[in-house]
Write a protein that binds this ligand. Structure first.
Ligand SMILES: [Zn+2]
Length: 133
């Protein structure tokens, strides 16, 4: 997948106000890094004269392939309408589950400390408003 395609998908996600804008941008940056590192490792392998060093730089891209696959899978899951919106409860750290594809203003109550929170979109990212107690 190209950087242009990643930007296009990110733009679509922004248009949908998916609430994960910062996370998707970070994932796109991580993906760019992995792809650039893979190319650089190949160049180092080509220039290395020591067979052990050459073999090492030939081995790195194989590991990066798994990272790229994992990052793309996380991007797909994050963009999915089925992706759950989860937070850690700010006072106690328990899980707050707003379910898949929630609307702004959706509320969740912590099952541990009984705090109540509402979802709010700020610059394309979900944030929490504490309602009670
Ligand atoms: Zn709590």
């Amino acid at each position: 997948m190209s950087r242009a395609r990643d930007i296009e998908i990110l733009t679509e996600a922004l248009a949908l106000e998916c609430g994960n804008t910062s996370m998707l941008a970070a994932l796109a940056d991580d993906l760019d890094f992995e792809l650039a590192a893979t190319k650089l490792d190949g160049r180092f392998a080509d220039k290395a004269e020591d067979p052990a060093i050459k073999a090492l730089f030939r081995k790195f891209p194989r590991g990066a392939t798994g990272h790229v696959r994992g990052l793309r899978r996380i991007q797909e899951l994050t963009r999915s309408a089925k992706a759950l919106v989860l937070f850690f409860c700010p006072p106690c750290g328990w899980q707050l589950d707003f379910g898949p594809d929630p609307d702004e203003g959706a509320e969740a109550k912590c099952r541990l400390c009984r705090g109540t929170f509402a979802l709010r979109l700020v610059n394309g990212d979900w944030t929490l408003d504490r309602l009670a107690p």
